[in-house]
Design a protein around this ligand. Structure first.
Ligand code: ADP
Length: 497
């Protein structure tokens, strides 16, 4: 027997291998390729030797090849990956390549690559394997729960998100039907009928639409989901793919909002009813009180000088009737404001004499001395009756809340396009925390409400009237020292300062 010549054997193996073999310098220059390589890629040896390998690789794979080859050289580890070559006639040859590197004393010498050209079948299988991998990744990593069922409604796929939403693991639910698991009892019959109808007619009104319905959690709790179902026909029959997400939290928020809105509406209606009631009652009360006042004044006029005590009593009655009329009017105005019926009758007014006359009239019934420190000329469009009401209210408050004091200072100052009126008293003042709420309806400062009579609506009305005139109200106050209430009004004007 002849001794084995390894060189010959290896050459034989190299040349007759069905796989494409190439040996490259470290700089990727081709040293040698085998016959299968030349045959498959349709080149002659002289066309490839000494050339750089990259020119034979499909451009989309060059970077991948470079990285893996470098990896194999650096890590002394063979690398396998997909690769595509280009033939001399520009056809694509796809396969799997394995790259290794040879070293002498740890120094890389050359790389050897074995490339397996995949047959059509192998390629198809590989594509299926890869798309399965991608589908798996989609099923496991997607944001939605994905459930796949067959015609018998049996669950075939149930991704981790579905596990999280419904509480059933895939192992528990695999092969079970939707009706016996996550569909609530009230929908089960319709679901079965729908499926039968679809299988007969291929019509499914809920397919490919987004629905908001309820589903059952493993614990039995029913909750809202967003559901969309697609269908696909395979050899073994129809498959239905359901994408769903848990929207119970959004639904709860929506429901809470609807409830809140309904409550608001109810309380608004109630408030409107109250206002309507107050408005009617105040109107009804005004007529008899006006008659009582007329008779009181008539009787007062009929009294002679000998009937002084009767006269005094009647005067007191008359004053009390005025107070009553004032309170009834306040109630009437609040209800009118709330019902949006505070109709203003505006006209252009010379404010300076208007203020002087109004204060003069109020002075007749106010014990405090009203001092007008400044009264600028200004022409303003306003409802005189309502403005008198505001001024009377502010003076009356200034007097009421400064017992023991004797003066109130009024200033009316024109600044550019507005007139600012202020009313200063030296009374009890208002604490900071109450200042914010002072114009709120029915607000009264706690610690004074038992000492002074009132409803807590005068300032609310004043503020509404001034706002309706396009102005603003505010105040400065110091507890124990007094308060200044301000209002501004837009000037229409003609008078220049
Ligand atoms: P009423 O005086 O009828 O209670 P108002 O709406 O006119 O109602 O006033 C609301 C509250 O503001 C009063 O209850 C009082 O506590 C406070 N207030 C109003 N004006 C003054 C003032 N000049 N000085 C101190 N407190 C005042």
């Amino acid at each position: 027997m002849q001794p084995i010549n390894f060189d010959n054997h290896f050459r034989d193996l190299f040349e007759n291998s069905n796989d494409l073999i190439q040996i490259l310098q470290i700089d990727a220059e081709i040293l040698i390729v085998n016959r299968a390589w030349l045959h498959t890629l349709k080149y002659e040896f002289k066309d490839v030797v000494g050339k750089n390998i990259y020119q034979f690789i499909h451009p989309d794979y060059r970077e991948k090849y470079r990285k893996n080859r470098q990896g194999a050289i650096n890590n002394k580890k063979n690398k396998s990956f997909d690769l595509a070559y280009l033939t001399s006639t520009n056809e694509i040859v796809i396969g799997e390549i394995n790259i290794g590197c040879s070293y002498i004393d740890g120094v890389p010498q050359y790389t050897r690559c074995v490339f397996k050209n995949l047959s059509e079948n192998q390629r198809a299988e590989k594509i299926v394997r890869e798309s399965e991998k991608r589908l798996k990744a989609f099923l496991t990593g997607g944001p939605d729960a994905v459930i796949i069922i067959n015609e018998a409604q049996e669950i075939l796929e149930w991704n981790p998100k579905a596990e999280a939403i419904f509480g059933f693991s895939f192992q528990e639910i695999k092969g079970k039907t939707l009706t016996e698991t996550i569909i609530p009892p009230q929908y089960r019959e319709a679901q079965l009928r729908g499926m039968q109808h679809f299988l007969k007619t291929c019509e499914g009104p809920i397919l490919n639409k987004t629905l908001e319905i309820t589903a059952l959690h493993k614990s039995g709790k029913e909750f809202f989901i967003n559901l969309s179902i697609s269908n696909v026909k395979l050899d073994e029959g129809w498959l239905f793919i359901a994408f769903l997400s848990d929207i119970s939290q959004r639904k709860e928020t929506e429901e809470a909002l609807i409830k809140k809105e309904a409550e608001l509406l109810r309380s608004q209606l109630l408030q409107e009813k109250n206002d309507q009631f107050i408005s009617t009652v105040s109107h009804e009360l005004k007529t008899p009180i006006t008659t009582i006042k007329a008779y009181t004044q008539l009787t007062l006029a009929m009294c002679n000088d000998q009937q002084q005590s009767i006269k005094a009593n009647l005067s007191k009655m008359d004053q009390m009737i005025d107070k009553l009329v004032f309170l009834i009017n306040q109630l009437l105005h609040v209800s009118q404001i709330n019902l949006g019926k505070l109709n203003l009758l505006k006209s252009k007014i010379n404010f300076k004499p208007f203020l002087a006359e109004t204060l003069n009239a109020i002075q007749q019934i106010t014990p405090h001395q009203i001092l007008i420190e400044r009264n600028d000329e200004a022409e303003i469009t306003l409802d005189a009756v309502r403005l008198e009401q505001v001024i009377a209210n502010l003076i009356s408050n200034a007097a009421k809340y400064s017992p023991g004091e004797n003066k109130i200072i009024v200033r009316s100052i024109k600044k550019q396009n507005e007139l600012i009126c202020s009313f200063t008293d030296f009374g009890i003042g208002i604490a900071d925390e109450s200042v914010q709420k002072i114009f709120h309806r029915f607000f009264r400062v706690d610690d004074v409400s038992h000492r002074f009579t009132g409803f807590g609506i005068g300032l609310f009305i004043c503020n509404q009237i001034i706002t309706e005139h396009g102005g603003k109200m505010w105040l400065k106050s110091e507890q124990g020292k007094g308060s200044t209430f301000y209002f501004s009004l837009p000037v229409s004007d003609s008078f220049s300062v």
